[in-house]
Ligand binder design. Structure first.
Ligand SMILES: Cc1ncc(COP(=O)(O)O)c(C=O)c1O
Length: 364
């Protein structure tokens, strides 16, 4: 799905220099590398951001900063990665499942009003596969409910129309969370994450929580966690951020190739790619119950593909205690249809063609 050696080759020297710089600095927690990356990240996003250890911590800290706990309900899509819901349970709050839209793969806005109760404190809006969810519509449907943008899959995505045109995903809700897991659009050489907010009080609360609830060393104001973006990852991410826009453009052109070559193939639904979308995943839908067969056929021909995700979160053993208030049939259907194809900036046209020819051979 992703070939890091090829991806990193063009800036291998800069990455190695960054690693060596940190090694020789003797500072392995905090310090100038982390501060520089936080400043670069904030500049890129157009809003203040802080580094944390990973995207799951970022979500948990965001919920903690908003004071979410037992008795509170948090709306979350049923079709997303487990972390988006797991953190709700960790804090003793209740997840309320929302279905998704089969065109955008993001929240089904028309269900939101029905899901609201007096206990609804927040909604986790996931920008799935790199496409911005309609945060403005969420605000309209749920006035007064805190919006956490789970931007783990959409660093660099932007709205190009509507009230948030020109803004980056993760910067318009009460708080935005990011993951720098290696496969993410901005990925480190290990775990990493960030939290962003335009609300300076909320962001400083999040920063305090991420540092054991300390206001200053050994003075603990609240219960917190230990969640730091270490200088090694910060230095690597700083290099990768410089080349980020190039990688987005390259993935866009690979996506265009896929869309051209796969257009008109019976039994497939191709994703709609909109302006401002970064291609975290290129996810097709395979109709007629053929998804698993196609995936196995691709594998036999040496081609990786992935199913994000094979079931709705409401169907997972760990989350079955949260009741389902609305129909989640799109999430359930998608879990049988979706197939993500390889997309990374080092992929070449012949490889894309091979993937497409193999898909066509199976479906014909
Ligand atoms: C939508 C979503 N949220 C949260 C996370 C968690 O991020 P991390 O793996 O950095 O903890 C991920 C990572 O896969 C994700 O895809």
């Amino acid at each position: 799905m992703i070939d890091f050696q090829r991806i990193h080759r063009p800036y291998q020297e800069e990455l190695s220099a960054a690693l060596e710089r940190v090694m020789h600095s003797g500072q392995y927690i905090g310090g100038p590398e982390s501060a520089t990356f936080e400043a670069d990240l904030s500049k890129y996003l157009g809003a203040q951001a802080i580094g944390v250890a990973n995207g799951t911590d970022a979500l948990q800290i965001a919920l903690m900063a908003l004071g979410i706990g037992p008795g509170d309900e948090v709306i979350v899509p049923a079709f997303t990665y487990a972390a988006s819901a797991e953190v709700i349970g960790l804090l003793g709050a209740t997840a309320v499942w929302c279905d998704v839209d089969d065109g955008t793969f993001n929240l089904a806005i028309d269900q939101l009003a029905t899901l609201r109760t007096p206990q609804t404190k927040a909604i986790i809006v996931v920008h799935l596969y790199g496409r911005c969810a309609d945060v403005a519509a969420v605000e309209q449907a749920l006035p007064g409910v805190a919006i956490i943008e789970d931007t783990a899959q959409a660093f660099g995505a932007q709205w190009t129309s509507g009230p948030y045109a020109g803004h980056n995903a993760g910067t318009v809700g009460a708080i935005g969370t990011f993951s720098f897991f290696p496969t993410k659009s901005l990925g480190g050489l290990g775990d990493g994450g960030a939290i962003c907010s335009r609300d300076t009080d909320l962001l400083s609360r999040a920063q305090q929580i991420a540092s054991h609830g300390q206001s200053k060393k050994y003075h603990h104001q609240c219960i917190g966690v230990n969640s730091r973006l270490d200088p090694l990852q910060a230095a690597i991410l700083g290099v990768k951020l410089k080349y980020f826009n190039k990688s987005v453009d390259r993935k866009k052109s690979i996506t265009s190739m896929y869309l051209d070559l796969l257009s008109g193939v019976d039994g497939l639904v191709l994703p709609e790619i909109v302006d401002g979308h970064i291609i975290h995943q290129f996810t097709i839908r395979v109709l007629g119950g053929k998804r698993n067969g196609l995936q196995a056929f691709l594998k036999e021909h040496g081609i990786d593909s992935m199913v994000y995700y094979p079931m709705g979160l409401h169907q997972q053993e760990a989350y079955k205690h949260w009741t389902t208030k609305v129909t989640l049939q799109v999430s359930e259907r998608l879990s049988h249809e979706v197939l993500s194809l390889p997309v990374h900036e080092a992929l070449v046209a012949e490889e894309v063609k091979l993937v497409v020819d193999t898909i066509k051979a199976y479906l014909s």
